[in-house]
Design a protein around this ligand. Structure first.
Ligand SMILES: Nc1ncnc2c1ncn2[C@@H]1O[C@H](COP(=O)(O)OP(=O)(O)OP(=O)(O)O)[C@@H](O)[C@H]1O
Length: 565
């Protein structure tokens, strides 16, 4: 089949592949160049899990010779007028790791240098699993033991903050920024860490986030807007809003650099709306307490996540273009107060069983604000899901392509961080997954699985001529990591958008699809691989792999896969 595709392509005259959508893209590019479209461009309010705003202009070169480096020395500071930034805080992918780059993906510091030590991972059996860790921070304490609580800030019995230290580093694809941040924190004793952290805005702070102003002064009324999205006038008391008896079968299921994620069923007698299985993503806001090594998100940084999540969810009921492929949000709340004890118990249980990389939520005080995103539970991430065989993963892939295509059509959506941790899979009894694409009803076989895309930290959308995006143009460290195709993808995206992150460049979705295809072929888990059907669909996926980069958008790819014009 592949050879026939190739042959066809060889003989087609130029432009033959273009459909009306391509033409639209062409003219959009022209219009963009002429500065006619997108007069109102909002650069992201997206923040991500690892970076945040900085508000400096100076780039300070550390004085290596005369004095020890400090956190301040290590930070490249970039002026950013108001809003924030973000970063991919990726998901845990379970695989191993490694930044083989000489430069720290976060700090731009040369990781192998000062003392030429190679800190080998003590906690892994793989002999070549190491990262050069000569970070030029002083006061590094390498503990000989690694416990489950390594690297975290905790309250000691005497109520003093202590840091548990661990000796080695192991950075996974996925939430790499979080991992490295934790690693650095854990290598620094508490006194110095606390002192230094007060004087920095982030370990990895050189990403700017701009707001190119549109018609209304969005950034000045972000708190108001967040409250509006919450349908509230003031923050609600945290404990009373999420009382234990309202939630059944609660469990912590995940964590990000900012958020803690709990799963529970709403008690139907208490909550009228019927959603049986919900996820609470709890994100501290606006406080001065540094948490998980990062400053807390601001209203202006959380707002885009709320807006994009809402918009992508609204595609479920949209007419011309609809899909269930983006996570469903039930509501969002702004709450205030200490972390409720039942959530603390769940946090500790998770920590004991799995080991948390996050700080203990007891750190939060009485006046702490939190955004609580109530999402529908959507399964486990693709890196941890075990597919029956490649037929199932092939149809999961088709669902992803369709969801992205629908997002492109409706909102000029680009996900821009579609690693396996941001693709959730759950079992379904429904035979088909249905969507509407450019007014046509399309049906994909589910083969027993349903796919949901989450985490819009780096995403880009256009709503009413306002573009929300995350300006990665100064985010050098994001483009320096190596060790997994995921990190090449960030560089490929940068080339594609020519570092103009506001532009609609749906090819980025294609680049991420090429990554997903590679993972489906090479690293996702399968129950059964010695079957004819598995081999057959592996070949089909390989055929798709061979042509995927010829498409300019997920939309164009969907046209091809579904034989549309
Ligand atoms: N709707 C959901 N259903 C099931 N699991 C979820 C859902 N949302 C989040 N999770 C789980 O929680 C984890 C953390 O969620 P998420 O990535 O949204 O947090 P985050 O704080 O944005 O992370 P980061 O910013 O560090 O990337 C996910 O990797 C996933 O395992």
């Amino acid at each position: 089949m592949l050879s026939s595709i190739k042959t066809k392509m060889d003989f087609l005259e130029e432009g033959r592949w273009k459909d009306p959508f391509d033409e639209l893209l062409d003219s959009r590019t022209k219009l963009n160049k002429m500065n006619i479209v997108k007069q109102n461009v909002r650069v992201p309010y997206n923040i991500d899990s690892s970076v945040e705003n900085s508000s400096y202009t100076e780039i300070k070169e550390p004085n290596y010779e005369n004095e020890p480096l400090t956190f301040e020395d290590c930070s490249i500071k970039v002026y950013c007028p108001s809003d924030s930034i973000s970063t991919p805080c990726d998901k845990r992918l379970g695989g191993t790791v490694l930044f083989q780059s000489d430069l720290s993906p976060i700090t731009h510091l040369k990781l192998d240098g000062v003392e030429h030590s190679r800190d080998k991972c003590a906690d892994t059996k793989e002999t070549d699993l190491y990262v050069n860790v000569d970070i030029p921070f002083q006061n590094i304490i390498a503990s000989p033991k690694k416990g489950p609580n390594f690297g975290k800030k905790r309250l000691s019995n005497s109520n003093e903050m202590v840091t548990v230290v661990h000796p080695s580093i192991s950075l996974n694809p996925g939430k790499w920024r979080k991992s490295l941040n934790n690693f650095i924190r854990s290598k620094i004793n508490e006194t110095n860490f606390t002192k230094k952290v007060e004087h920095r805005s982030s370990i990895c702070q050189d990403r700017k986030s701009l707001v190119l102003k549109g018609e209304h002064k969005f950034e000045n009324k972000c708190e108001e807007d967040v409250l509006k999205y919450c349908h509230q006038c003031t923050p609600l008391p945290f404990n009373a809003t999420y009382e234990q008896y309202k939630l059944l079968n609660s469990k912590k299921i995940g964590e990000g650099a900012y958020g803690e994620v709990f799963r529970c069923s709403a008690n139907q007698k208490i909550l009228k709306e019927h959603i049986s299985d919900i996820v609470l993503k709890i994100i501290p806001l606006e406080g001065s307490t540094v948490i998980n090594g990062e400053k807390q998100k601001t209203f202006s940084q959380i707002l885009p996540e709320i807006i994009i999540t809402n918009k992508m969810c609204s595609l479920r009921t949209s007419k011309t273009n609809s899909t269930n492929g983006f996570v469903s949000i039930r509501k969002v709340s702004l709450v205030k107060g200490r972390y409720p004890p039942h959530f603390i118990n769940l946090w500790e249980k998770y920590d004991n069983e799995k080991g948390s990389e996050n700080d203990h939520p007891e750190l939060f005080g009485d006046n702490q604000l939190f955004a609580v995103l109530e999402l529908k539970f959507a399964g486990s991430d693709m890196a941890n899901f075990k597919f029956l065989n490649s037929e199932q993963s092939y149809y999961a892939l088709k669902q992803i392509i369709l969801a992205l295509a629908v997002g492109e059509e409706e909102y000029q959506f680009e996900h821009r961080d579609l690693h396996l941790g941001n693709i959730l899979i759950e079992y379904t009894n429904k035979k088909h997954v249905i969507c509407t694409f450019k007014n046509s009803k399309l049906t994909v076989l589910s083969k027993g699985v349903n796919v949901t895309i989450i985490d819009y930290t780096l995403s880009r959308i256009t709503i009413n001529d306002c573009c929300y995006f995350n300006d990665l143009s100064r985010d050098e460290e994001l483009f320096q990591a190596t060790g997994d195709y995921q990190y090449d993808v960030y560089r490929m995206m940068r080339n594609e958008v020519k570092n103009n992150w506001s532009s609609f460049s749906p090819k980025t979705n294609i680049i991420w699809l090429s990554y997903v295809i590679v993972k489906v072929l090479d690293s996702v888990k399968y129950k059964s691989i010695n079957t004819k059907v598995h081999r057959m669909y592996i070949n089909k996926i390989k055929e798709l792999q061979n042509i995927i980069m010829t498409f300019e958008s997920a939309s164009q790819c969907a046209n091809y896969l579904f034989n549309l014009n």
